[in-house]
Write a protein that binds this ligand. Sequence first.
Ligand SMILES: [Zn+2]
Length: 257
Amino acid sequence: MADTKQLSIKRIICILLLACAVSLPADTSFAQEFTTDPMPALEGGIENEGQLEVNKAEPKLVIINPGHGGSDLGARSPKNFLEKNINLRLAKLIKKKFSFDKEIEIRLTRQSDRSIEFFRRVEIANTAKSELYISIHCDGGVGPRKSAVRLFINKPAAAIKLNDWKSNNNKNDRKNSIIAEKLFVNLKDVVGRNIEIVPTNLLYLGGLSMPAIVIESIDLSNPEDEIRLRRDDHLINIADAIAKGIRGYFVATDVGR
Ligand SMILES: [Zn+2]
């Protein structure tokens, strides 16, 4: 009986050891998922893990500059629409389009009717390291007239002449063209006029270190634009088109990075 009992105990110990030997590798790999770098786990093809990494990335920062403000009124229409107010309203409408967007963050250079020095606006964008700068202005001059909507981008490096402003922004030639093209495509059906993309040598565009564009989607000397401004949906439609242009820009430039 004693021998039989000892044999039984040995058999039980053997079975337990065998069970441990079989289960040990599985337990170890289970623990490794929580203790090692997450990348080896991705090799197993857990696709959602990769998507989570993308979502955790910092949002792309876009600075929107509502031109003028305070005592600097900008252009004025015959019926006294003021450029500074239209610029601010449009900038706020664009920002609102990204309220729930986790991938793109919009900041304005001014939130209210106040004057900001010209180069302070450039400094704000450069210091914040924004990825894109969009300056909102209206056209205006001696009217009545019917000129095209203009989108200003920095003159390409190849077109710079000896006495031109040598620009930081020229390194962004390709991206400047992409944002102009994306805005052109989205704005053409809402502005009611032709659109021109104008390469320029504006000093402040050159001072910016990121891709940048100036949009003049309203002409305060154009009687038809003044009538359109009486409808609340006109600026909303323009804001929607600009927001689509911004999203299209990031899709296009992410691929080519
Ligand atoms: Zn202006």
